[in-house]
Design a protein around this ligand. Structure first.
Ligand code: URP
Ligand code: ZN
Ligand code: ZN
Length: 479
């Protein structure tokens, strides 16, 4: 009987902490050994000339997410899992919705059943859009007991945004139950005012999406989200930071010792507001919130990544097609920007873009790449050390990566059952040639082979990183 199920031979093994040329032994779906030479395996995978990376951990993806109007995002868990594997990602954290006037428990069961049909190992954030006493006092403890350790709030979007008072309620609930709070930081009232004014003035094309939400509304909400979290002594992660003004607020909080983390996404280092000014309805392909900025802002985001202000890069994958009846054109191709759904697909593109723009272009090291896309998100969400690293005992989730392969991104390569990618035509250097999930080869040379329903739910328990600091104004914390 061979000692290992798989040996991966001769690759350059990279974790968030260092890189070494060695062999890997996999047994029963886990990393069992790292050594100069591993013999005695049932299957040998030669990785000469390849990087062996921990599978990507994407802690911000909207997959098969039900909407308040009764529809569901077009990319389901099977196609989204295939897309993730095609791009080297093996774990995702998705969002259980809450709709105003309803609770969260019925959605939990429904969404868990949807996710169970996919192949991606998965956990959930719980969106709180209606912070009623029933939800906060009785339902949140139940979803925490079921393995959810992050509550997601929006400071913008009709009908999701929370008042400051309700945001504080969520922060307090998270503090009580040992959860992280993740925050979409844009000022709802300011955006609503500008949006109405733009539409009244006949400025309705997709490019005015960016005009409706300039960096100042992101900076203001980021400042407020952090200040209120400081008041309550609750750790938060600021989602999808698009600009230096918001990143500066995070850096200031971090310098004061607050537990505030910042996430950004590939779109904020590649896409620009000018993309939304393409002819006709084409600009809708690039509409997401916050809005893409410009090349100078890309450089500043890279700087914040290098300095550690922004330590996670997620996709914020959103399964809206361009032409389908549930996608960007759901309200017609002449719809004003306000009525075009926000969000872009990006599960498969995330790692290749950040590797290429980051490592291949010399902006970050290989170790930083692994930390940003796998190790840090796993740690921040309480999934470490099972996910996000290559060490004995961790799940054998791996991406075998050809750092020299040049690829032009096309929609077909994304394998996501969506009719477009906003990254069409982008040239990248570095590409995953094999993805392994818990010791099973689930993608080889672009061919995804995984059984629907084989993804595992990842219940999360208490973890130290999100423990409050114990510092409140005047030392006073209401019961
Ligand atoms: O435009 C975006 N980002 N759509 C997805 C929902 C969100 O705000 O994260
Ligand atoms: Zn958001
Ligand atoms: Zn999102």
């Amino acid at each position: 009987m061979p000692e290992f199920d798989i040996a991966i031979r001769g690759g350059q093994v990279a974790t968030g902490f260092g890189t070494a040329r060695c062999d890997l032994g996999i047994r029963a779906g886990r990393i069992a050994a790292l050594a100069e030479r591993i013999d005695g395996a049932a299957q040998v995978i030669e990785a000469d000339g390849l990087l062996v990376l921990p599978g990507g951990v994407d802690t911000h993806c909207h997959i098969e997410q039900p909407e308040a109007n009764g529809t569901v995002h077009e990319s389901d868990f099977v196609s989204a899992s295939a897309s993730a594997f095609a791009g080297g990602t093996t774990t995702g954290i998705c969002f259980i919705p809450q709709f105003k006037g309803a609770g969260i428990l019925d959605r939990f069961a429904d969404y868990r059943a949807r996710a169970a049909k996919g192949m991606l190992d998965h956990g959930f954030h719980q969106i709180i859009a209606d912070a009623t006493e029933e939800v906060i006092e009785r339902e949140v403890p139940q979803v925490v007991a079921a393995g959810i350790r992050s509550l997601k709030v929006f400071l913008t979007y009709e009908p999701l945004h929370l008042s400051d008072r309700d945001y504080i309620r969520v922060l307090l609930a998270a503090r009580k139950h040992g959860c992280l709070v993740t925050v979409h930081c844009e000022n709802y009232e300011a955006i609503d005012w500008r949006t109405r004014a733009l539409i009244d003035a006949g400025m309705t094309a997709p490019k005015y999406h960016a005009w409706s939400r300039p960096p100042v509304v992101e900076r203001e909400a980021t400042h407020r989200a952090i200040a209120l979290a400081e008041l309550v002594d609750q750790p938060i992660q600021v989602f999808h930071v698009s600009c230096e003004e918001a990143a500066e607020e995070i850096a200031r909080a971090q310098a004061r010792g607050l537990k505030v983390w910042g996430e950004t996404c590939p779109q904020y280092v590649t896409l620009t507001a000018a993309d939304m000014d393409r002819p006709g309805f084409e600009g809708a392909k690039f509409m997401c919130s916050p809005a893409p900025r410009d090349a100078d802002e890309h450089a500043r985001i890279w700087d914040r990544i290098r300095r550690g202000t922004l330590d996670v890069v997620s996709s914020d994958h959103c399964g809206y097609s361009f032409g389908g009846t549930l996608g960007k054109a759901q309200n017609g191709r002449d719809a004003p920007f306000r009525d075009i759904p926000n969000g872009i697909p990006g599960l498969a593109a995330r790692l290749p873009i950040i590797f290429s723009e980051g490592v291949s272009k010399g902006r970050i090291t290989l170790e930083q790449f692994v930390a940003l896309t796998s190790t840090n998100p796993a740690r921040l969400m309480g999934l470490a050390p099972r996910k996000g690293t290559i060490q004995p005992g961790a799940d054998a989730d791996l991406a075998l990566w050809d750092p020299r392969r040049k690829v032009t991104i096309t929609n077909a390569l994304m394998q996501h059952a969506i009719d477009y990618t906003p990254y069409e035509g982008l040239e990248v250097t570095g590409w995953p040639v094999m993805t392994i999930r818990r010791g099973e080869v689930v993608m080889r040379d672009g061919k995804v082979q995984a059984e629907p329903g084989s993804g595992q739910y990842l219940p999360r328990g208490p973890y130290d990183l999100v423990r409050p600091r114990g510092v409140t104004p005047n030392g006073f914390m209401p019961a």
